[in-house]
Design a protein around this ligand. Structure first.
Ligand code: ZN
Length: 199
């Protein structure tokens, strides 16, 4: 166990408190995790929370859920982001506010083989944003303030040639959320060329 105060390892547990935190959905089902939150008895700091790399000190959501919320907040209003993840408006607002003070690490795209993308009208329909998610977890991978094919190119640049080859299927978020059909990727050397049409 690592002390959250000084970062040193400690063997002794001071006490344990159960904490329930929200995580990314599992196959579209809202998911909570019961976490036995330990306080270590640190030689230097006394009783301190155990440091976990996936859960921040007093967070009510896991780090990966918070990161997805923050990415989506870059393109959509808080209300829409809250609806997308089934979270409370205040929770999303708080996550977004805290994230403004620090920047996100680049998203890890290794192991991504299925993508869902959709465009959302923003600024009262005057502009569009494109959102790319990993459909089964709704992890937000990328948000662009464009909707043209050129506009999505930076995402595929990020994915790289190797990553593009791994992609087996691409659909729209609506398709996945409704459990609909996904569109097979055409064989290309750089990204999908075919997109699902809106229902
Ligand atoms: Zn310590």
């Amino acid at each position: 166990m690592i002390c959250d105060g000084c970062g040193q390892a400690s063997e002794r547990v001071h006490d344990i408190e159960m904490r329930v935190v929200r995580d990314l959905p599992i196959l579209d089902a809202a998911t909570w995790i019961s976490v036995p939150r330990r306080r270590v008895l640190c030689g230097q700091c006394g009783p301190r929370l155990e440091r976990l790399d996936w859960l921040e000190r007093h967070a009510r959501v896991t780090r990966r859920l918070a990161e997805s919320v923050v990415r989506l907040c870059r393109a959509l209003p808080v209300k829409q982001v809250a609806a997308f993840f089934g979270l409370d408006w205040h929770t999303v607002k708080e996550i977004d506010k805290r994230a403004l003070q620090r920047s996100l690490d680049p998203v890890d795209l290794s192991g991504i083989s299925v993508l869902a993308m959709d465009e959302f009208a923003i600024q009262r329909g005057h502009r569009y944003a494109t959102v790319v998610i990993e459909p089964h977890t709704r992890r937000v991978l990328w948000v662009g303030r464009e909707r043209s094919r050129e506009g999505i190119r930076p995402f595929f640049d990020l994915l790289g040639e190797e990553g593009c080859r791994r992609i087996k299927a691409v659909g729209t978020i609506r398709n996945f959320v409704l459990g609909g059909v996904i569109v097979r990727k055409k064989e290309t050397h750089h990204g999908p060329t075919q997109r699902a049409s809106y229902p």
